[in-house]
Design a binder for this molecule. Structure first.
Ligand code: PEP
Ligand code: MN
Length: 366
């Protein structure tokens, strides 16, 4: 399977200083709310694209499901009044057709749509031969392949102005976030497709406005290309996602307080120092790999020995002793408990696998 995405650089289809800022209400609720919010956002001078949901995928029926087609008119009015490009969510071919007809500039595929290859394909088919930017939110569940699959479906339909939106993942684990960020998944996406721009959506990750600043800063520190932040002229009366929306002036403050760091610099001394430090890291990683390989070899020997003496692989006391002594030692060296425990668990699991494979060899022979 072809693993590459044919992409046009984001800077070729939207001009913005980093970070690109997409903002607007969760839902377009009325002409006044939409245009009023849009004007205030435009006046901040920091918003590049207006957003608003027209068709809202809601968890339970009876919740506000969006204004529908009428909302499109309000969105286009907001565009006319501010001169800003507009974006909305599409989940099926009819949404796509209505948006194209109305002149919407950018489309996005929502988290509840990305999970469903049928729906994504439906959207992709409706977009054949159309040259419009499409942003793909991560699926609700933490499945990177599904996220990539949706990007690929659109790409195969000819969409090359693609970007991803990281909006966090559903999780049973207790967390302060509405959707757990699981940053490692976004990082893995960036690693596999370095040319793909990733936009962070701190509103849907946080679920409450107080968390937006922190999440947005973290996204920028991970070198994400942009931010999608929900903003409403009067968040307390918003018909959807009231707790996570901010006023346009609060948005301006959030953006002002962000520290934008660059991923590289022309400063020669910085580059030299970085090269030296990276060489040190390379050397240490090399040692870590060699040490791990040596450790696994010994696990294999232990496996052989246990097998010959009919002893179980797992010996809880020994494992407890390892955890205890290594945490104490690691702590003394400035390493955190969680890090040491996670690392040891990984090593221990691998060691058990190695020992099991030794045991199985004999079972096969017998
Ligand atoms: C939204 O952007 O308002 C939305 C519904 O987002 P998500 O698909 O991330 O839940
Ligand atoms: Mn929302």
């Amino acid at each position: 399977m072809k693993k590459e995405l044919q992409l046009e650089e984001m800077s070729s289809w939207i001009s913005a200083e980093r970070p690109l800022v997409i903002s607007g209400p969760c839902s377009a609720e009325s002409e006044n709310q939409m245009v009023g919010t849009a004007k205030l956002l435009a006046a901040t001078g920091r918003v590049n694209v207006l957003r608003a949901g027209i068709w809202k995928p809601r968890t339970r029926p009876g919740q506000y499901e969006g204004a529908g087609s009428e909302g499109l008119k309000w969105l286009m009015k907001a565009k006319a009044e501010t001169g800003l490009p507009v974006a909305t969510e599409v989940a099926n071919a009819s949404h796509v057709e209505q948006c194209l007809k109305a002149g919407v500039d950018i489309l996005w595929v929502g988290a509840r749509t990305t999970v469903n290859p049928f729906s994504v394909q439906d959207v992709a088919d409706a977009l054949k031969g159309v040259d419009i930017p499409v942003l793909v939110k991560n699926p609700v569940n933490p499945d990177l392949e599904l996220w990539i699959g949706a990007l690929e479906r659109l790409n195969r339909a000819g969409i090359t102005k693609l970007a991803a939106i990281h909006r966090g993942f559903s999780s049973f684990e207790k967390s302060p976030f509405r959707n757990a960020p699981m940053w490692d998944i976004a990082i893995e996406l960036k690693t596999r497709f370095p040319e793909l721009a990733i936009i962070c959506d701190p509103s849907h990750i946080g679920g409450q406005r107080e968390l937006i600043q922190f999440i947005a800063q973290k996204a920028l520190d991970l070198d994400m290309a942009g931010l999608m932040i929900e903003s409403h002229i009067e968040p307390s009366v918003a018909l959807s996602d009231a707790k996570q929306q901010v006023t346009p002036s609060a948005l301006a403050k959030i953006l002002e307080d962000l520290v934008v760091r660059t991923s590289s610099t022309a400063n020669k001394e910085f580059k030299n120092t970085l090269t030296i430090l990276r060489e040190q890291i390379d050397g240490l990683d090399d040692q870590i790999m060699q040490t791990m390989a040596a450790r696994m070899k010994i696990s294999e020997q232990i496996g052989n020995y246990k097998r010959d003496n009919k002893v179980t692989i797992l010996q809880v006391n020994r494992w407890e002793e390892i955890i205890e002594t290594r945490i104490a030692q690691g702590n003394a060296m400035g390493l955190g408990d969680d890090f040491i425990t996670n690392l040891l668990k990984l090593i221990h699991n691998e060691s058990i696998l190695v020992q099991q494979s030794v045991m199985n060899k004999v079972v096969e022979k017998a």
